[in-house]
Design a protein around this ligand. Sequence first.
Ligand code: KIV
Ligand code: ZN
Length: 511
Amino acid sequence: MNKSKEIIIFDTTLRDGEQAPGCSMTLGEKLKIAHALKDLNVNVIEAGFAAASPGDFESVKAIASEIEGPTICCLARCNEGDIEKAQQALEVSPNGRIHVFVATSEIHLKHKLNMAKDEVIKAAYNGVKMAKEYCENVEFSPEDASRTDHDFLTEVVNAAIEAGATTINIPDTVGYTIPYEFGELFKHLITNCNNAEDVIFSVHCHDDLGLSVANSLAALESGAQQVECTINGIGERAGNTSLEEVCMAIRTRKEYFDFYTSIDSTKLYPTSRLVSTITGMHVPRNKAIVGDNAFSHEAGIHQHGMLRHASTYEIMKPQDVGIGRSNLVLGKHSGRHAFLDRVKELGYELSNEDLDPAFGEFKKLADRKKDIFDSDIEAIVLSADGGTLSTWELIDLETSSGSSWGACAELKLKHFDGSTHEVSTAEQPSSGPIESVFNAIEEITGYNLELTNFEIHSVSVGEDAQGEVTVTVSYEGQDFRGHGISTDIIESGALAYLEVINRIERNRNRH
Ligand code: KIV
Ligand code: ZN
């Protein structure tokens, strides 16, 4: 008899993940990620916090109307306004969930909410009751639960269950707990809360001490049946539990954990790349499961073992997570079919509106570069944005530089109203071509940005490899990221800087 139980995968990339500095996304980008999450087979998508802004409201509504299959969840504080907004955003979905929360730790009660304990219990009860009027499926979270007195936490959870909550989520909001302690907390709640057997217990961890996956697994072992996580572990501060790590731990150690998930693990890598491209948050090379080095073996002794038998040093196969690289390269004689076949083999889907521009980019690249590798194709697919309007577009760029005099740039941009704008920085040479290009972009667009990070890495191999530039800027106290890819790294820089400006523009329109 198979006793194992299914763990519900609750993805919060679009809500808690989006709260990471610089990770805000447009509606179109959120929809792309929501489709990828559905294909990955997550059970619940937390689409946003509808009351936070009109843009968030529209995103939750659009996801709720377009995505069929997973439950679509919306966050709300325990007040009427938030809960009504969540309901309005979700009403189009047959499968909605309202997720209400209130903080419960002494520290939050005293310094944030200025509320007494009995008021918090009342807020939890009333919040769940209100949500319940609109929606059968209600989740409740006592924020900062891991730093809350256990007896008080039990009382709050009892109130939420009594009011009708169907899922009780226990967050380690500040990433403070450690695995054994957190497992014990779940055992305590499941043993002591009234009617605990009628609700699903859920775990939600942050990674401040690098323990979020371990803490989540400890909670699952102690009776939690839902895990909240994000793609690439993105989220506030050090991030949230990484979906790919927790799911692959469960899958790889299935003889140890007596549970499983519905996740299609072969979609993990493409989804990870999609999220990193959209948010501009690079996946570190050594990141478990989806980092570039996750399946590379450098030491001679390891390579020798691998050649004899992969299981000597590999506990998972790259193909298990969707890294199914082929050695076949495409080139300028490859047609639309070959391009589309490879896109599918790599685990990506291209919508009809994205296919033409993506194939056009492929042809352009093939004129500049002899061999097109899988990573080049991936970069083209992930940058395809046939549906996203940009305020500024690069038309032409020329730079010159010399070690004795510095550098200058000539730049031509097109505004989406159809006008073109040109500028030359010849009269004010700067220290390098990137600085000149950024100055030229700022002169045309009228922005004055503070560049806080600039990264460049090669997308594939060879001297004609494409360079991918990611820039982070600070603008009016907010971080924005952008990335650009080209065989010319100065052009990559220009595209990345323009993407940042286009994001700022979209963000302004959204609010
Ligand atoms: O970390 C946290 O406490 C949260 C809650 C809103 C669930 O994200
Ligand atoms: Zn959180």
